[in-house]
Design a binder for this molecule. Structure first.
Ligand SMILES: [Zn+2]
Length: 432
């Protein structure tokens, strides 16, 4: 028997409600008719792309992985760096376990893997300070094997002013799958998520993005067939979170500045902070300069509680660090987590107005977003087909933490002490 291969495609922000339309398309339809899945996967708080994708490759909660936000904590920067580098991840990944077992590995545009030890690694990364030449940053962060493919396909990379990776990622994946067919391949596309952010949760732009993803699925399957691996490859489509419509942008840092907790120079540039809201989009992570200072802690807590009393700020709940850990297995260097009422997005700004509404002229936020509690709104999904999966078995519910143990079972990898479970209901027993 040939050794099993695994291909995992993350379709960012794909949700249950998409499946009726997706199932009618030839690519999604082939996976769904020949396979099985989970209709609603419970994601994690905050529902952000980078922390969730790290959970999907480690099987661990955010309090253990060390990745609790998309963005690095860089107070005062309106556009902080993202957590690209694999050094942000504090726990082993499936790629580490696969390598130990001698399996070959591939990751294309999978978040938080820049610099990871993966045979063909072309990570999602950009440099806000240096848009001249993507070769510079990619030579540094690709694996040597990945960089050879990067050079071959770099003309398909949309780079400046905002990177567009999807078509580039699919070209890389087609080439690598057809010619190398690694044992374990993970790739990530963002078209559906981007359409939702800019156009709304359910609209023609999102349906267009689903059709585009469908064409990519067909190309990936053709590449797997061309490699002669169709019969012994498990193909999985997963997603990370849903979206909610945004009803207001709340810039807590404006209030912190007004209260003397953030100081600025004459140009409004931040010079120091004692409290800072690190945006997680639909929630905020409140950093204290000196978390051990009881007077500062009390001041900020009371301020947040007072703001919560005023409806116009749209604050639903304030969690202490201990509550965030207990209720969401979420931890980080923050002292509080602030959750908005449905649709309150937290901005970074420390100047201007604290509350900006979508109808306002200076509203510059996207119209839909995430970072909310995972119980709310549309839910992500898991679709699976291949020699190890049953046909037409659909679980109503699963947990994002169940994905990694299931992937590990397919590859016969032993990863101890995982909090999730193998989705055994979806799997064929050996010899069945
Ligand atoms: Zn995402």
């Amino acid at each position: 028997m040939k050794r099993r291969k695994l291909v995992v495609l993350s379709v960012d922000a794909l949700v249950s409600e998409d499946l009726a339309l997706a199932g009618e398309l030839p690519g999604f339809g082939a996976v769904m008719k020949n396979g099985c899945g989970v209709k609603r996967v419970r994601s994690a708080f905050p529902t952000l792309t980078y922390p969730i994708h790290v959970m999907q490759i480690t099987g661990r909660n955010m309090m253990d992985t060390g990745v609790y936000n998309n963005e690095a904590f860089q107070p005062g920067r309106l556009e902080p760096d993202w957590c690209w580098d694999v050094k942000h991840i504090k726990t082993p990944t499936i790629f580490d376990a696969a390598k130990e077992q001698g399996l070959s590995t591939c990751a294309i545009m999978w978040p938080v893997l820049a610099g990871a030890d993966i045979d063909f690694n072309i990570p999602e990364v950009w440099d806000r300070e240096d848009w001249d030449d993507p070769h510079r940053i990619y030579q540094k962060y690709c694996s040597p094997g990945g960089y050879e493919y990067f050079k071959k396909h770099v003309d398909k990379l949309g780079w400046h002013p905002k990177p567009a990776y999807d078509e580039f990622a699919i070209c890389l994946a087609e080439d690598i799958l057809e010619h190398e067919m690694p044992d374990v391949s993970f790739l990530h596309v963002s078209a559906v998520d981007i359409a939702r952010h800019y156009h709304g949760i359910f609209c023609k732009e999102v349906y267009g993005a689903l059709e585009q993803v469908d064409r990519w699925i067909i190309r990936l399957m053709a590449a797997i067939r061309a490699a002669g691996c169709a019969e012994h490859t498990d193909f999985i489509i997963c997603s990370d979170h849903g979206h909610l419509m945004i009803t207001r942008e709340l810039n807590l840092n404006v209030i912190f500045r007004e209260q003397g907790l953030i100081t600025t120079d004459g140009q409004g540039v931040m010079t120091d902070y004692r409290a800072y809201c690190h945006s997680a989009s639909l929630s905020g992570q409140i950093m204290l300069k000196n978390p051990g200072d009881p007077s500062l802690y009390r001041t900020v807590w009371e301020l947040l509680c007072n703001l919560q009393q005023e409806k116009r700020y749209g604050i639903r709940r304030i969690y202490t660090k201990a509550e965030a850990r207990r209720e969401f297995a979420l931890s980080g260097p923050f002292s509080f987590v602030v959750e908005g009422e449905e649709g309150t997005a937290f901005g970074h700004r420390h100047t201007g107005r604290a509350v900006i509404l979508p109808v306002d002229e200076d509203y510059a936020y996207v119209i839909a977003g995430h970072g909310h509690r995972p119980q709310l709104g549309p839910q992500p999904v898991l679709l699976a087909s291949g020699p190890d999966f049953r046909k037409n078995v659909w679980l109503e519910r699963g947990d994002i933490l169940d994905e990694l143990p299931t992937f590990a079972r397919l590859l016969h990898l032993k990863i101890p002490d995982l909090p999730g479970r193998v989705l055994g209901e979806l799997l064929l027993e050996h010899g069945e």
